[in-house]
Design a protein around this ligand. Structure first.
Ligand SMILES: [Zn+2]
Length: 146
């Protein structure tokens, strides 16, 4: 039995801050590399690249040009209003238009947990072992496999 893998890359640009290290709001052009491992199917593929591309594209485009906020953070107080979202983080208060914000079901906005979030979304649609690597800049990336 051979171990094959296929790889699909996508990206998104988003603003975030990491509440635990009281970073200021800043942005990255996040690159997302997804590898799916497995055996060949009847078409001699692990998976059709386009199937991964579709799912990954959906996830990335939801976060593209948005402010991503970890809604399970213990360090952020969130108030959702009709048109806006207010965030309180120690002595800082932010108000963003609701449509510019994506609330992610994670505890923090680290690259590791962004990878975890993307990985868990992919696992809903794609079977097999998946590796997700998120790069926030050339020398900094984090990943999860499983
Ligand atoms: Zn950052």
């Amino acid at each position: 039995m051979k171990n094959y893998s296929v790889k699909v890359v996508d990206d998104f640009s988003a603003a975030h801050f990491i509440p635990e290290i009281t970073e200021g709001l800043h942005g990255h052009n996040f690159k997302v590399v997804v590898k799916v491992f497995g055996n060949l199917n009847e078409n001699f593929m692990v998976l059709d690249f386009r199937d991964i591309e579709t799912v990954l594209g959906e996830i990335c485009s939801e976060m593209d040009h948005k402010i991503i906020v970890p809604k399970k953070s213990k360090n952020i107080t969130l108030k959702t209003k009709e048109e806006s979202i207010d965030l309180v983080l120690s002595d800082k208060r932010y108000r963003f238009p609701k449509k510019d914000v994506v609330l992610l079901p994670i505890e923090s906005n680290t690259t590791e947990l962004i990878a975890f979030y993307i990985h868990s979304r992919l696992k809903e649609k794609i079977k097999g072992k998946i590796k997700v690597t998120v790069t926030e800049k050339e020398n900094y990336s984090a990943g999860i496999v499983g």
